[in-house]
Design a protein around this ligand. Sequence first.
Ligand SMILES: Cc1cc2nc3c(=O)[nH]c(=O)nc-3n(C[C@H](O)[C@H](O)[C@H](O)COP(=O)(O)O)c2cc1C
Length: 219
Amino acid sequence: MTTTRTANLLFVSSSLFNGQSKSREIAGEFIAGWTRDHPGGRVVERALAPSNIPHLSGATLAALGKAPDLRTQDEQAAVAFADSLIAEAEAADTIVIAAPMYNFTIPTTLKSWIDHIARAGRTFRYTAQGPEGLLKNKKVVVVVSRGGFYTGNAPAAAMDHQAPYLRTILGFLGLTDVSFIEVEGQAIGPDVAAKGLDAARAAAALLAGLPPQGLPLAA
Ligand SMILES: Cc1cc2nc3c(=O)[nH]c(=O)nc-3n(C[C@H](O)[C@H](O)[C@H](O)COP(=O)(O)O)c2cc1C
C-alpha cells in the first residue's frame, strides 16, 4: 500500500500591520497558487506578533540544557514552545516568510523565531567539515517589503541587511532553495508604491506558476 503525504506549507508572517501588510499580501498571492497546485495541502500560519513570541532568554537556553524531568513548569513550557516552532519548520515542504524591512533589517520578532529554531544538533550541526544545516529538501519563498529601493544598482543596496541576512541564516540551517520576492518603494508615494506592489504580484504569480494579473495562460 502506498501512502501519499499531505503537502505542508508553513507561512511565517512578521509585519506589525497585519491588515495592511504588503509582505503578507504578496505572500498570500503565492500561497493561493500553491493551494491550487496542492489540493488538500495544509497551510499553517505562524504569525509573529510581538505578543506571540518572546526573545530567546537565558532561562530558555538553560532549560534546553537540562534533562526533561529536571525542568520546572515554566522551563517545560518554554522548551515546548521552541520545540513546536522547530516541529512546524521540520514538517513543512514549503516555507513562506513575509519579512518587512525595519531599520534596514528584519523585524525583531522574526529574529526571535530564528533564534528559537536554530538549535545545534536539531536544525544544524557542526561536523569535521564545518557546519551542516539539517532542514533539508524544502522550498523557501521570502517576501521582503521595503519603503525604499535596495535591489540592483540602487544607491542604498549596501544598506540591505534584510535579504542577505535571511539568505545566510536560511542556508546555515540547510534551506538553500530560496526565492526572494521584493516589494519595494512602499514609502515613496502612492504611484511608486502601486508599481512596486504590481511588480511583486507578478513575481509571486510567476513563482507560483500562475498567469500574472489573472490573465489566462497562453495555450
Ligand atoms: C519600524 C519601521 C521601520 C522601517 N524601516 C525601514 C527601513 O529601514 N528602510 C525602508 O526602506 N523602509 C523601512 N520601513 C518601511 C517598511 O519597510 C515598508 O512600509 C514595508 O512595506 C513594510 O512591510 P509590511 O507592509 O509588510 O508591513 C520601516 C517601517 C517601519 C514601521
